[in-house]
Design a protein around this ligand. Structure first.
Ligand SMILES: C[S@@+](CC[C@H](N)C(=O)[O-])C[C@H]1O[C@@H](n2cnc3c(N)ncnc32)[C@H](O)[C@@H]1O
Length: 229
């Protein structure tokens, strides 16, 4: 799948919801295999970057099967999960309250939460800037956000290795264990992500300050962190 074949708008939203409903039963297994278990470490770094007081109420946007919710609980926070795919929520393994909702229309009052996180959800939504604005609406002033996503390495050599692995090997793992089309789409959907400077600009425009970006594991993952103004 090339960038020009990727769906947009309502078509994307419908495709994403149906796809995650389909792959939910084996999502955790395939995730752990294709990242060599690094995804757990990246989530731990995401929760640590929040640096909020314990018992802070933190929303997990696109919580899926609840991995970040569990990590938030381990970090002493009170997580709440939101996801649009009912099957992902059905397969969730977390004690956190979970809501089926669109992250673009969160069922929470303005400033009612201490923080928000997301893991690999940004590239799946129709409008990333709108997610940042919605997070800014529900997070109180001084609250913190941490968005974890995939990234593309800067160097040519790493880019080639990254492309070989994500565009050739990951779809094979996905086809063998889950759904070939979904695991062709997920690596290709990296193309939805704007350049780092643009993403950081969107966060600032949405109402966040003290912005930081770090990358993990040879730049295959990135973490964007900010404080609500
Ligand atoms: C790649 S999965 C990540 C799941 C989990 N956060 C993790 O770290 O493994 C992306 C999740 O975002 C959800 N998602 C995509 N678009 C959404 C939207 N507009 N509103 C709510 N959830 C959405 C999908 O259903 C899916 O569960």
């Amino acid at each position: 799948m090339t960038a020009t074949q990727l769906p947009v708008g309502k078509g994307k939203a419908q495709m994403v919801e149906a796809m995650f409903n389909r792959i939910a039963p084996r999502y955790d297994l395939v995730n752990a295999l294709m990242t060599f278990g690094l995804d757990s470490w990246w989530r731990r770094r995401t929760v640590r970057a929040l640096a909020l007081p314990s018992h802070a109420r933190v929303l997990d946007l696109g919580c899926g099967t609840g991995d970040l919710c569990r990590e938030l609980s381990r970090g002493g926070y009170r997580p709440i999960g939101v996801d649009v795919a009912a099957e992902m929520l059905t397969h969730a393994r977390t004690a956190a309250p979970l809501f089926r909702a669109d992250v673009l229309e969160l069922p929470f009052r303005d400033g009612s939460l201490d923080g928000a996180v997301s893991g690999f959800a940004l590239r799946n939504v129709v409008d990333i800037a709108a997610v940042f604005r919605e997070a800014a609406r529900v997070v109180r002033s001084g609250g913190r956000v941490a968005f974890l996503e995939v990234a593309v390495p800067g160097s040519r050599l790493l880019q080639s290795a990254h492309s070989l692995y994500f565009r050739r090997i990951v779809p094979l793992i996905g086809a063998a264990l889950s759904d070939g089309a979904a695991y062709r789409y997920l690596p290709a959907s990296t193309a939805y992500l704007p350049a780092p400077a643009v993403l950081m600009g969107m966060l600032g425009d949405a109402g966040f300050e003290r912005l930081q970006r770090q990358t993990f594991s040879a730049e295959v993952a990135q973490l964007l962190v900010g404080t609500r103004r």
